[in-house]
Ligand binder design. Sequence first.
Ligand SMILES: Nc1ncnc2c1ncn2[C@@H]1O[C@H](COP(=O)(O)OP(=O)(O)OP(=O)(O)O)[C@@H](O)[C@H]1O
Length: 273
Amino acid sequence: MVATVSDLTPREQASEILLKVENVELRFGGVCALRDVGFEIRKGQIFSIIGPNGAGKSSMLNCINGFYHPTSGTLTYKGRPRKHMRPYVTASQGIARTFQNIALFKGMSTLDNIMTGRHLKTKASLLENAFWFGRARREELEHRRFCEEIIDFLNLQHVRKTPVGTLPYGLQKRVELGRALAAEPELLLLDEPMAGMNLEEKQDMARFILDVNDEYGTTICLIEHDIGVVMDLSDRIVVLDHGEKIGEGTPREVSNDPKVIEAYLGVQEQESA
Ligand SMILES: Nc1ncnc2c1ncn2[C@@H]1O[C@H](COP(=O)(O)OP(=O)(O)OP(=O)(O)O)[C@@H](O)[C@H]1O
């Protein structure tokens, strides 16, 4: 199926390509999760991937952060094509992500969970860390200061010492965002950050995503089923269906694309009616 791809706005053209996905195919035995998928994410964009259940959205994020390896095709990040890259390598190159299902240490506090996002920034040796002297001590104080800034930024001060397992769902999702931000990502992958949230929690999360993009300059790749949120937040959207790209463009272009309406948006409307 040939997807409609619209022109970029002048602002998008002016910013460089951070991630280029070309002809990516991903197979699990007989299941083709992604087939010939391609798109570009430019620096500073909020880029969304949408589509029905099983369309291949999470598989795409998993390819970007190195959790899955495409069967064929290329991913080029910051100008360098890469193959078979492990998640810790992609993380060290500035790609962070949150998960569809919350993946936090439930018994640990908000601050300690966010601190775990700093571990790739640690340079002190095992010995220095074991005895907490010299570089280890200095680093931990710097990391703590950085994480406290994130806590302020995300309005989590009132729960900074609370074990995250006792927090309401919306706040846990916010802590997960904080942990991803602690890694100072250039590209932040958000897998359904609003799933299971009430309206107020969604509005808060949408505001934080915009603030992260605006204040930290972080490029964001978002998967989200709430179409209203996607249309409000995104600079550009790619639409997948059965592993194939069926549309791409601005929110307005995508929402007027007959193929996208037939495969996804029309169904969404019927479901919410
Ligand atoms: N590890 C895996 N092993 C086998 N099949 C997989 C695996 N991961 C994904 N798939 C299959 O790939 C296809 C795409 O799944 P994926 O989770 O990427 O879709 P999705 O668009 O994220 O769906 P949802 O919106 O429901 O999360 C599905 O058919 C799924 O069953």
